[in-house]
Design a protein around this ligand. Structure first.
Ligand SMILES: Nc1ncnc2c1ncn2[C@@H]1O[C@H](COP(=O)(O)OP(=O)(O)O)[C@@H](O)[C@H]1O
Ligand SMILES: [Mg+2]
Length: 321
């Protein structure tokens, strides 16, 4: 069952300038996206830098005010702080950022960092609070002596674990994870991803997993939204996206996944050139004359592509081997 529904969300930022600092233009950071979140599932939100991913995440957790559209939690609007509070939304929907160090107060000990959301939302005795924090540290695989240390005393991977402990402290239903492993070494990335998967089961969590790299989320996601220029260009299951990509932008992202095996690198390079060529040839099928992404249309029960004429896909599909 879907518990979160986002309908035609738009977030436009004014660009000011000139002598009187007046509004000159708008950045259409998010320009009409709709999706639903089911219990216990992982959703990928993938696109290059500047495509609007973080802005969607922030709008969901109430850190950015939508210009238009609605966000419904169990069918109820959560567009006001008062409503989010009343529905327990700000406990149940949490966000983790890429740059944990900057989101963790460097002057605070880990104990207080993890306790902060608990203190904001619940009234616990000191003992109850300590018990909860120790349990959380255990869940994220950190020793209890971490309690009295400061963020800078930990590695990037450990800090991410602390960030996760803080995010799950209030037993949320949904975590928006914004590039949570992008700053980490490859081996640590895998560790953290596995660990996020594991606690997903324990908490029956849903994730919105934001990344610029389709490779990172491949094994994580049940369903994937590909984002470009503030809109979704394609949406589908893992199989739809990785095995049967239709939009030229999705193909480009797939071709951009770093090739680990040295022997396949030359092949990958040639593929990338082909994809770039296809991109320039077929731009007019997938974007309107102003470069805007069309609305999504279904091509199967699960698979959606942003295209004006679905008929054009036959051509696209057959054109690359
Ligand atoms: N507070 C803001 N004011 C003005 N422009 C912003 C603001 N936040 C983001 N933007 C712009 O909105 C676009 C989308 O940004 P963002 O959501 O951060 O993209 P992503 O997370 O995909 O890299 C970018 O062009 C960015 O510069
Ligand atoms: Mg971002």
């Amino acid at each position: 069952m879907s518990f979160l529904e986002v309908n035609d969300l738009k977030v436009h930022f004014p660009v000011r300038g000139g002598f009187f600092n007046t509004i000159q233009d708008y950045v259409y950071a998010v320009d009409g996206v709709s999706f639903k979140i089911d219990e216990g599932k992982t959703y990928g939100l993938i696109g290059e830098s500047g495509s609007g991913k973080t802005t969607i995440g922030k709008a969901i957790v109430g850190l950015e005010k939508p210009t238009a559209g609605e966000i419904l939690y169990y069918g109820q609007l959560v567009n006001k702080k008062r409503l989010r509070k009343k529905l327990g939304y700000n406990k149940e929907v949490q966000m983790i950022f890429q740059d944990v160090l900057s989101s963790l107060d460097p002057r605070k000990r880990i104990r207080d960092i993890i306790a902060e959301p608990i203190r904001n939302h619940e009234k616990l005795t000191k003992e109850e609070e300590m018990k909860r924090i120790l349990t959380l540290l255990d869940i994220v695989g950190m020793p209890s002596d971490a309690l009295f240390k400061y963020p800078h005393e930990f590695s990037g991977g450990q800090r991410q674990r602390i960030g996760v402990a803080r995010a799950v402290a209030l037993n949320p239903k949904l975590i928006v994870a914004d590039e949570p492993v992008s700053a980490l070494d490859l081996s640590v990335q895998a560790q953290i991803l596995n660990f996020l998967k594991k606690i997903q089961k324990d908490f029956n969590l849903s994730y919105i997993f934001i990344s610029h790299d389709l490779g990172v989320v491949k094994h994580m996601c049940d369903y994937i939204y590909i984002m470009h220029r503030g809109r979704f260009v394609e949406a589908g299951t893992r199989e739809d996206i990785y095995n049967n990509p239709q939009h030229i932008y999705t193909k480009r992202l797939i071709a951009a996944i770093p090739e680990v095996d040295a022997e396949n690198r030359e092949e990958a390079r040639i593929k990338r050139i082909k994809v770039e060529q296809e991109y320039s040839e077929k731009e007019s099928i997938f974007y309107d004359e102003n470069g805007k992404v069309f609305d999504l249309v279904p091509i199967s029960d699960t698979h959606y592509v942003a295209i004006k004429n679905k008929e054009d896909l036959g051509y696209v599909e057959n054109s690359i081997a």
